[in-house]
Design a protein around this ligand. Structure first.
Ligand SMILES: [Zn+2]
Length: 439
């Protein structure tokens, strides 16, 4: 079977190595410059009808003017950059080959989030070819550094729009998917009305450096480990935020092995058994880095560990630090913030009673009829937090089936999307844009 032209264009985006590396380790600007040129050649109608700003060299902002300038514009956003991928890291097809095989498109960015860039531009190109003229102005915003925080891309786009006095009615970003939750009988489409907060704490235990041949009974490293174990055993209290409460209401009848009359508490208990469910109902703490001494026979004087925490709406960095200090303090372990520049409180919660939320439901019903659409929260972080400052409502959703891998599918060494999901995404964005911009 011949590969559709839309898929061939998508593969060309996947072949550009627009990789974001940790700040200071040298992101190569070449692929980003080539990306701007490639988009220009692939989507000529968009480039002839829309304004285009380059922000911080590599981020792109497209604007299509509506006929009623009294209406606040709407935005769809995606990002051009991807996380690194090891060529020999177990990929079934090389990560930057843009291979189509077994009904899927393979490559870094297939889900996160070149699919958004590509499918949004396809949708707009198709609409313009059919003489689409929006009533409400539309922006497509593509950041180039989302994977390292969006401090130049999305933040730069916000500064540019803010400087022009633009206030956005709404933004649609990544951060909600068609999930196959293990506690539900069927797939559900979750629209992120909020995203969790982000904080990394450094736990340090103090003791005496010494020779490993004459250890004491309670070394600093032992105390650190006891504090970490207790932290894992003492999770923060579950907290039911409004979007997750609505999600539970919308899915109670789909719970495996239970009727639809499950109480909220029982449902929280069921969800808590699974990492993907637990992350929705409480602030989580993940021990990510541990270090001791530099040699096998030296007892460390100040071993430390980093703990990455994700705050559910209702908790904040202050309450989290108190919780961790209460636990670690009993072992004499110190707790401090690892990087105060990278503390993010949970986002504001957007409304599910808006024309945009309705447009997501309606577009889903057109493309994937029968899949329930419910509100929820996104446990990770996206560029959308930058846009919260200039937008009334921010929605996080892309119409892609994550399958049983859940969010792990995003940065995995098998990142791929089905051809069907990709073609469905184009239709979804087309339906969504028509509905929110008016034809
Ligand atoms: Zn992303």
């Amino acid at each position: 079977m011949k590969t559709p032209a839309e898929i061939q264009r998508f593969c060309r985006l996947l072949r550009l190595r627009t990789v974001s590396r940790q700040p200071g380790s040298g992101t190569d600007p070449g692929p980003f410059i080539r990306m701007a040129g490639l988009l220009e050649s692939l989507f000529p109608m968009v480039h002839s009808r829309c304004s285009r700003d380059r922000v911080a060299e590599a981020s792109l902002l497209y604007g299509l003017r509506g006929t009623d300038l009294d209406l606040d514009p709407v935005m769809l956003t995606a990002h051009l950059d991807v996380v690194p991928a090891e060529e020999d890291g177990g990929w079934p097809h090389p990560p930057f080959s843009g291979t189509v095989s077994e009904g899927r498109v393979w490559g870094r960015g297939a889900i996160d989030y070149k699919i958004g860039v590509s499918a949004m531009l396809e949708a707009l190109e198709g609409l313009l070819a059919r003489d689409f003229s929006p009533v409400r102005s539309l922006f497509l915003a593509f950041g180039h550094d989302e994977e390292t925080g969006g401090d130049r891309g999305a933040a730069g786009i916000v500064a540019l729009l803010d400087g022009r006095g633009v206030r956005l009615r709404s933004v649609l970003d990544e951060g909600g998917y068609i999930y196959s939750f293990p506690w539900l009988r069927r797939d559900v489409a979750v629209v992120g009305l909020a995203e969790k907060g982000y904080l990394t704490l450094r736990l340090t235990a103090r003791g005496r450096q010494g020779h490993a041949s004459v250890p004491g009974t309670a070394t600093a490293a032992g105390n650190l480990c006891r504090a970490l174990a207790r932290l894992e055993d003492s999770q923060m209290e579950p907290r039911l935020c409004e979007p997750v409460r609505k999600m539970m209401e919308g899915t109670a009848h789909l719970i495996r092995d239970a009727d639809g009359n499950v109480s909220a508490n029982a449902l929280m208990e069921i969800m808590s058994r699974y990492p993907s469910g637990n992350a929705l109902v409480r602030t989580t703490a993940a021990i990510t880095m541990i270090s001791g001494s530099s040699k096998e026979n030296i007892i460390p004087a100040a071993p430390h560990a980093l703990v990455n925490l994700r705050a559910v709406p209702g908790d904040d960095s202050g309450s989290i630090i108190r919780h961790v200090r209460d636990i670690a303090g009993e072992m004499g372990v110190e707790v401090e913030c690892e990087d105060t520049n990278h503390v993010h409180e949970p986002s504001a919660v957007s409304s599910a009673a808006t024309p945009e939320y309705r447009a997501i439901e309606d577009a889903m019903e057109k493309v994937w009829p029968g899949i329930p659409v419910v509100p929820g929260i996104f446990p990770a972080a996206t560029d959308s937090r930058h846009y919260c400052s200039i937008a009334d409502d921010v929605y996080r959703f892309q119409p892609v089936h994550l399958g049983t891998d859940g969010l792990s599918a995003l940065h995995s060494s098998g990142e791929s999307v089905s051809v069907e999901d990709y073609m469905g995404s184009i239709r979804f964005y087309s339906e969504y844009i028509e509905r929110i911009c008016g034809a």
